[in-house]
Every structure is written in C-alpha cells, then in structure tokens.
Ligand binder design. Structure first.
Ligand code: FES
Ligand SMILES: [Fe+2]
Length: 383
C-alpha cells in the first residue's frame, strides 16, 4: 500500500468512526452447524481447500538466502520449499525417493552446507534443485537404478509481490495473480521481502479450523471478548472491508485515530493509526500493524482439531539481547491474547457445536469477513 492509499484508508476509517458503523454485507447469512462437525464436509475441505488449492506459505523473507528452506506437513502432502543457488524457489514433496523418509524436519532452516539435503535414514543426498546426487553404497546396493529419475518430486511454487505460494498436489497448476485476486495492491509495501523472521509459535487446538479462522474475520467481538487487551487499542465493530477475489482485507482504526484531526495531512503516520487483517483464502491471515506483520496459518487435523502457526516478522534483526527480549515479549503477548481469550472461548463454542443440535450459526451484515470465507468455501467445494 502506497502512502496515498494509506491516507485514503485513514479517511475511510475516520468516517466510519464518526458514523459509528462498519462495512456491511448485503444480508444476514446462516450456516448449518453440521458444517463444522461433519466428517464428510471435513474430508471435502481437506481435499479441495488444502490439497488441491494453492497454499500461502509465507513472505519471501521466510527463506531469504540460497540454501534456506521451509518444510511443513499440514496439507496432506509433505512439502519442502528451498531457495536454490540462483535465488529461485523450488518446492518438492518432502519424501525421499529411497524409502520415503522426510529430507528435512518441519521447520525453517539451512540446507546442509547451504547446498544439499541428506536423508536422515540411509543418507541419500539431493541438491537444491532436487537432483539425486549421492547414494551411499550405491554401486553395490543399487546397481542399474536410474538416478536421473529418482530426484525429488517437484511442486509448483510461485513467489511474487513478496509472497510464496505452493500447490500441494503435484498434478495441479495455478496462476498466482488469479489466486491473489488483486490483494497485492493492498498489502504490498509492508516489507514482505526484507523483514526479519523472528520465529513461529505452533498451537494445537481442540476445535474446527473454521472456528479458528472465524475469530479473525470480524472485530465485532473486541469489546466483549477483549476488554482489557485489543479493546484498549482498536475500535470494536468498525472495519473497512475490501474484497479481492476469494480474499479480503479489513482495515481497523486505532482508538487514537481522531488525534489526526489536529494534524496536517502531510504529517500523518497512517500505519500508527490503523492495522490490517488480510485474509488469504482459505486459511491464512496476514496481520499488518505498525512497523511489522504477523502471519497466522490454520490447518485442519480433524473436524474437532486444528493447528495454527503464528509467525512474527519485524523490521530488522534485533540489535542486542535487550531488543530481542522486547520483540520476544511482544510476540508472546500477542499470542497469549489469541490463545487465552479467543481460543479459550472458541473451544467452548465447539463444545456447543458438538451437542449435535439441529441449529444454525447466524452471521451478521456487520461480519462480512466471516461471510466471505464461508461463501468462498462453498463456492469451491460445491462446484
Ligand atoms: S529413506 Fe532416504 S535414504 Fe533411505
Ligand atoms: Fe479476537
């Protein structure tokens, strides 16, 4: 987002604050409760949204240098992303061609000597382009095998506008601009290429991945669920909602936004007075606030279990231990708000869903983000 767009956004947010309202959907939406608990629905979502649909992996600065990799195994297909010697990204199925061990642990890291992956099981090794380059005891043990055919299985990976996407299903292809639907205009300029990756917190939850996502899609709950935390910083039930393909972005005004009325526009620092929840379908939120951003990636495990990866990206590498501690404490604080306040409550919501009563979940006109996720999901799954 360029400065003039940030200023424009601030004006929209100030107007919403003035009128005490938020962007509205056309009508109220209802969802059958069984959608959250049905095994059949879950199986379709896991297949169509996580295996057959391109997945946001992270910003480019997750793997900034040649040899940097990131591996994860939450879509049904184990995935290894690595930056090669030329600086391009490769993605592979993270399964060794010998007997199937993962080449890299599910984490971010550096390839061995920045150059290769060596299987932890029997030591077969592969270069950063997935080529099989070594078989211990190969001559005697594996005579006649065609090494050229035993490289790692490639997946489509795309890196554009500072974001990385991968297609888990090796049989399928995607167009990154179509997937983004224009949201890059809204979120570029926030430093996805050059921020410092502070780390990740992985949280397992005993509720539906969709309930997990729902909490990010509206600010209606701030004053009730977060009276002592988020509500001391941001307005409840005020958001500027914008749609981009299947994705959306919601601008939120800081409680201090009216301070800008006393300042000439040329002195405004828009990022200090607004934050953005950017939703990348189906499972990612990129939360941009002040000078940094965070990603939340949510994956289904079963109808009543999910896992979330909360990652923090800060403007620069901490200069010393005390700065490191400031960032670490902040990261922990944000994570605590979500885990204790949102997840603590949503866990109980899921217990209510499991009661097996035939009823509907009602999503208001003031919750267009929640509506969007469920609408898009249906659009894809019902097709
Ligand atoms: S499974 Fe990888 S070397 Fe055996
Ligand atoms: Fe919340």
């Amino acid at each position: 987002m360029q400065r003039q767009d940030q200023i424009r956004e601030i004006k929209i947010l100030m107007d919403l604050v003035e009128r005490k309202t938020t962007t509205m959907a056309d009508s109220v939406m209802e969802i059958d409760v069984a959608e959250y608990t049905s095994q059949e629905q879950f199986d379709r979502e896991k297949l169509e949204l996580f295996r057959n649909y391109p997945q946001f992996v992270g910003p480019s600065c997750l793997v900034p240098n040649p040899g940097d990799f990131y591996a994860f195994d939450d879509t049904g297909i184990p995935i290894l992303i690595v930056r090669n010697a030329k600086g391009d990204l490769n993605a592979f199925v993270n399964i060794c061609s010998h007997r199937g061990a993962p080449l890299a642990e599910c984490a971010s890291g550096q390839a061995r000597r920045g150059k290769m992956f060596s299987c932890p099981y029997h030591g077969w090794s592969y270069d950063l382009d997935g080529k099989l380059i070594g078989i211990p005891f190969g001559k005697e043990g594996f005579p006649g095998v065609d090494r050229d055919k035993l490289g790692l299985r490639a997946l489509q990976v795309e890196e554009k506008y500072g974001m990385i996407f991968v297609m888990p299903n090796p049989e399928l292809k995607f167009d990154i601009d179509e997937v983004l639907g224009g949201i890059q205009e809204r979120i570029s300029g926030f430093g996805f290429e050059d921020h410092h990756y502070l780390g990740v917190k992985k949280v397992h939850t005993d509720f539906s991945w969709k309930l997990n996502m729902d909490t990010f899609h509206e600010f209606y709950h701030f004053e009730f669920l977060h009276p002592e935390s988020i509500s001391t910083m941001a307005y409840s039930n005020i958001a500027n909602y914008e749609q981009y393909g299947r994705n959306h972005s919601m601008g939120s005004p800081s409680l201090r936004i009216n301070e800008l009325k006393d300042k000439p526009e040329s002195e405004w620092e828009p990022r200090e007075f607004s934050s953005f929840v950017n939703y990348i379908f189906p499972n990612t939120v990129i939360f941009v606030v002040n000078d940094h951003f965070q990603t939340w990636r949510v994956y289904p495990i079963s109808p009543d279990k999910s896992v979330v990866y909360h990652s923090m990206f800060i403007p620069h590498k901490p200069r010393d231990n005390s700065e490191q501690k400031i960032f670490d404490d902040y990261f922990q604080m944000i994570n605590d708000v979500a885990v204790k306040e949102d997840y603590g409550l949503v866990d109980k919501v899921h217990r209510g869903l499991q009661a097996g009563l035939d009823r509907k979940v009602i999503i208001g006109r003031n919750e267009p983000g929640v509506q969007n996720m469920h609408r898009q999901l249906h659009d894809l799954i019902d097709a």
